[in-house]
Design a protein around this ligand. Structure first.
Ligand code: 5GP
Length: 121
């Protein structure tokens, strides 16, 4: 796994150097709307800690960070009213792709995509 490089857009969002449309911020995470949504609701959840990808986070973050992050996802599902239609969680790590999932990780700061449709729609 590569070393964390602070020269990425999510690092700038955490440090408020770049604006994002924030849905929820917790002690250890920030959740905001994806700039190029691929579903009616497309939220990105990122830890405030500096982790390259999901495995880096799962292996090296504290229990507190991991619990806060995952509860944050559940909170967002509730806030965005995604339960009725269901939702997807996706975390791209590294270069791997398949024809059905042709996009590799493009931002090298751990993130989970929440894709869904609000029950208001
Ligand atoms: P990845 O391809 O690494 O799994 O996902 C990165 C995601 O970040 C993409 O869906 C892309 O649209 C989103 N993204 C890239 N730059 C920005 C930005 O400046 N603001 C926001 N809100 N999303 C971004």
């Amino acid at each position: 796994m590569q070393q964390y490089d602070k020269n990425n857009i999510f690092y700038k969002i955490i440090n408020k150097e770049v604006n994002a449309n924030i849905v929820l911020e917790g002690k250890h995470f920030i959740a905001f709307h994806d700039i190029a949504p691929k579903a009616p609701v497309h939220i990105l959840v990122i830890p405030k800690g500096l982790y390259v990808d999901y495995n880096d986070f799962a292996l090296n973050a504290s229990d507190d960070e991991i619990v806060d992050f995952n509860r944050g996802i559940a909170e967002i599902v509730k806030i965005m009213r995604l339960e009725n239609h269901g939702f997807k969680l996706i975390s791209n790590a590294g270069k791997f792709t398949t024809p059905d999932f042709p996009e590799p990780q493009s931002v090298m700061h751990m993130h989970v995509h929440i894709l869904g449709k609000s029950s208001e729609e």
